[in-house]
Design a protein around this ligand. Structure first.
Ligand code: THU
Length: 128
């Protein structure tokens, strides 16, 4: 998954985070084999900030993808960041089984299934 890590790292270079200075990059791997990137984009009206993971998912969906198999998240520094609750739910919509890989410069990567991160989740099938 080195390719996905490098993709997430390159996306983090594009982060627009002048308020938190917390630069996040995400790369999602679609079933097609294509990789889509996202970074966090903050706003002077703080609540309008979008996370890197959701940005990457929306890029994939806008390109016609509907099934995602993995998501890598990269933050600079010596500790990984796990995806926030809102992003977990958005990831789940397109990949209940996906692998989530969290990277930083120097910490051990953390690898989890989405089911571990969001157990007993609500999803498209829940609507019947
Ligand atoms: N952030 C992400 O991009 N992904 C997450 O899963 C958690 C938080 C961003 C949002 C904000 O720009 C900054 O990190 C600090 O919360």
């Amino acid at each position: 998954m080195e390719k996905l890590r490098l993709a997430a790292q390159s996306a983090s270079e594009k982060a627009y985070a002048p308020y938190s200075e917390f630069h996040v990059g995400a790369a999602v791997l679609a079933e097609s084999g294509e990789i889509f990137l996202g970074c966090n984009v903050e706003n002077a009206s703080y609540g309008l900030t979008i996370c890197a993971e959701r940005n990457a998912v929306f890029q994939a969906v806008a390109a016609g993808q509907r099934r995602l198999v993995a998501c890598a998240i990269f933050v600079k520094g010596n500790r990984v960041a796990m995806p926030c609750g809102a992003c977990r739910q958005v990831l789940r919509e397109f990949g209940a089984e996906m692998e989530v890989l969290c990277f930083s410069d120097s910490a051990e990567p953390v690898r989890r299934s989405l089911g571990e991160l969001l157990p007993e989740s609500f999803g498209p099938e829940s609507l019947g």
